[in-house]
Design a protein around this ligand. Sequence first.
Ligand code: AMP
Length: 120
Amino acid sequence: MAYDPSNIFARILRGEIPCRKVFENAHALAFRDVNPQSPVHILVIPKGEYVSLDDFSATASPDEIVDLIRAVGEVARAQGVAASGYRILANSGADSRQEVPHLHIHIFGGKKLGRMLPKD
Ligand code: AMP
């Protein structure tokens, strides 16, 4: 799938719409999900134009990959869920019901998270 620069996270990265930023490094931005599913629900995104983990894992530079993964760890520690536990999730493609076509890693925490996948 070609990258669509009008997607909502691209607009956040360009500063066209606001976000509740919690962390940023050279290649990644983290902000609160607008519709949180747990007490801690943060999205970590690369600043580069990647639709999903599929193309990011295949084509991102080592620096971009390091910064994205480091950002996840930094955010989890800063949000106080590293010790209690948390879950990361990155929907990729239609079967996963990915809604926004810019790679984003969800960080969920702050409560017992239940089953890894719903039954349906
Ligand atoms: P996914 O289904 O994995 O593509 O998740 C997309 C996520 O983006 C959902 O959890 C939405 O609540 C979240 N979201 C959509 N628009 C915004 C926004 N403007 N700021 C923060 N989170 C958003």
